[in-house]
Design a binder for this molecule. Structure first.
Ligand code: CA2
Length: 152
């Protein structure tokens, strides 16, 4: 069976993790989070690529390229674009790649404008509120989902 290849995509300002607002986003840097995810993926026999961009169009291009490259699933924390980006939604729907929406914080416990996600109804699932563990939970979840589908 072909090795699964999963893309982890992070949106704007997440490159600042660990430097500011530890109350909302914790003390770990994005490099720490990515490193842990890569080693977890390694243990699970899955290939993992991590990317971050502060630009909406660049995120769209990464999603389009994931479609061309045969990526099996995307874990995406679109950050502020969660609440605004029709372009990211359209790109995800166009590629038909199953994806999980990931958030460090529980967006439903925060300001009202963060309660709305433009991706939630198209995602396989959402994990929010567990800090960096949101990503590891999402990784376990999407692998189980893909393996279940492979076995169908
Ligand atoms: O909780 C999440 O993961 C969010 O996607 C984070 C976004 C926010 O706009 C979403 O509503 C929820 C913000 C990312 C900004 O990250 C920073 C990290 C350190 C310092 C400042 C911002």
């Amino acid at each position: 069976m072909k090795q699964l290849h999963i893309l982890v995509l992070n949106g704007p300002n997440l490159n600042l993790l660990g430097t500011r607002e530890p109350g909302h986003y914790g003390a770990e840097t994005l490099a720490d989070i990515n490193q842990k995810l890569i080693s977890l993926a390694d243990n699970l026999g899955v290939e993992l690529t991590t990317l971050q961009s502060n630009h909406e169009g660049e995120l769209v291009e990464h999603i389009q390229k994931a479609g061309e490259d045969g990526i099996d699933a995307i874990l995406i924390n679109p950050a502020a674009y969660t609440h605004t980006s029709v372009a990211i939604r359209d790109a995800l729907l166009a590629t038909c790649i199953p994806f999980v929406e990931v958030h460090l914080s529980n967006i439903h416990k925060r300001e009202e404008f963060r309660h709305r996600s433009l991706l939630v109804d198209a995602a396989v699932g959402t994990v929010a509120g567990f800090g960096p563990s949101s990503y590891t939970m999402a990784l376990h979840g999407i692998i189980a989902h893909l393996q279940h589908k492979q076995g169908e």
